[in-house]
Design a protein around this ligand. Structure first.
Ligand code: C2E
Ligand code: MG
Ligand code: MG
Ligand code: MG
Length: 284
C-alpha cells in the first residue's frame, strides 16, 4: 500500500515537473522573439544621495511585455534569459538603450545623472565587455563618467586574472563599477581590495531587516565601515520606510534607492521629474 501511494506521489510530482518545464520552454521561445518584436523596455529607478536628497543617478531595469502573455516579471524572465543565453543579446540591447537615454537627457540640458546598468555573469564571461561598453559610449555620445556597471559577486568569482584584466580595461574607459546585491554571494572579501570597484550596493534583504534585527543593522554598519576603509561608496537597495532611511543615515551610508523615494519610472516620467526638481529630493 505504502509503495503504491509512493508511486502515485512520484507520478504526480513528475506531472507537475513536466508542466513547469513546459511553461519554461514556452516562456523561453517567446522571450527569444521579444527583442526583435520590440517587447523589451527599460524603467529607471532614481538613486538618491542621503545627505542632500539629490538624485545622483538611476538604475536601468528591464521590462518585458509579451504580446501573448502580457507583462512578465523580471523574477520570471531574467532567470530564463540567463539559462538560455538570451541575456547576452538582451543585455547588450539594455546597455545601448540606457546609454542612449542618458545621452538624450544630457542633450536636453537636464542635470547630468549617472546611468547604472545591470550586467549578467554571461555577458561578462563571453568576453569583450569592455569593447561593447566602449562602442555603446561612442555610438550614443555618453561620456564614460556617467555610466556605471552593476556586477554581482558571481561575476567576480570567475577566473581571477581575466576578471581583473577586464575590470582594469573598464576602469581605463572611465566607467564606474558597482557590486550589486552585496552580501548575498559566496565570494571572499579579498577581491574587494584587489579589484577595481567603486561602490557596494547593500542588498535589500539587509535593509529590510535592519530596523527589526540588531544583527542585520550590524551588518549594514559593518559594510559601510569596511567600504569607507577601502575608499568605496555605498548605496542601500530597497529602502521603503523613513525608519530604514534614518537608520542608514545613522550608519553613514552615502546613498539609497527604493520605493520610499521612487519606484522604477518610465523615461517620460523621469524626464518630468528631472525637469520639475532638478536639485530636489525625489519624494513625491
Ligand atoms: P537588482 O539589480 O538588484 O534590482 C533591484 C530590484 O529591486 C528591482 O527589481 C527593483 O524594481 C526592486 N526594488 C527597487 N526598490 C524596491 C523597494 O523599495 N522594495 C522592493 N521590495 N523592491 C525594490 P526588478 O526590476 O524586478 O529586477 C529584478 C532583478 O532582475 C534585478 O535585481 C536584476 O538582477 C535583474 N535585472 C533587471 N534588469 C536587468 C538587466 O537589464 N540586465 C540584467 N542582467 N539583469 C537585470
Ligand atoms: Mg542592479
Ligand atoms: Mg540589487
Ligand atoms: Mg537585488
Amino acid at each position: 500500500r505504502a509503495k503504491s501511494a509512493g508511486r502515485k506521489g512520484y507520478r504526480f510530482y513528475d506531472a507537475a515537473m513536466n508542466a513547469e518545464a513546459l511553461a519554461r520552454m514556452q516562456l523561453r521561445s517567446r522571450l527569444a522573439k521579444a527583442l526583435e518584436r520590440g517587447e523589451l523596455s527599460l524603467r529607471y529607478q532614481p538613486q538618491v544621495n542621503l545627505a542632500t536628497g539629490h538624485i545622483e543617478g538611476v538604475e536601468a531595469l528591464m521590462r518585458w511585455t509579451s504580446a501573448e502573455l502580457g507583462p512578465v516579471s523580471p523574477a520570471q524572465f531574467i532567470p530564463v534569459a540567463e539559462d538560455s543565453g538570451l541575456i547576452v543579446d538582451m543585455g547588450a540591447w539594455a546597455l545601448f538603450e540606457a546609454c542612449r537615454q542618458a545621452s538624450t537627457w544630457i542633450g536636453m540640458g537636464l542635470p547630468p545623472i549617472k546611468m547604472a546598468v545591470n550586467i549578467s555573469v554571461l555577458q561578462f564571461r563571453r568576453g569583450h565587455l569592455d569593447e561593447q561598453v566602449n562602442e555603446a559610449l561612442a555610438l550614443t555620445g555618453l561620456p564614460a563618467q556617467y555610466l556605471e556597471l552593476e556586477l554581482t559577486e558571481s561575476v567576480l568569482m570567475q577566473e581571477q586574472d581575466k576578471v581583473a584584466a577586464t575590470l582594469d580595461r573598464l576602469e581605463a574607459l572611465g566607467v564606474g563599477l558597482a557590486i550589486d546585491d552585496f552580501g548575498t554571494g559566496y565570494s571572499s572579501l579579498s577581491y574587494l581590495k584587489r579589484l577595481r570597484v567603486d561602490k557596494l550596493k547593500i542588498d535589500q534583504s539587509f535593509v529590510r531587516d535592519a530596523t527589526d534585527s540588531a544583527g542585520a543593522a550590524g551588518i549594514v554598519r559593518a559594510v559601510v565601515q569596511m567600504a569607507d576603509a577601502l575608499g568605496l561608496s555605498t548605496l542601500a537597495e530597497g529602502v521603503e520606510t523613513e525608519a530604514q532611511r534614518d537608520l542608514l543615515i545613522g550608519c553613514g551610508c552615502a546613498s539609497a534607492q527604493g520605493y520610499l523615494f521612487a519606484k522604477p519610472l518610465s523615461a517620460d516620467e523621469l524626464t518630468e521629474l528631472l525637469r520639475q526638481h532638478p536639485e530636489q529630493p525625489s519624494i513625491f
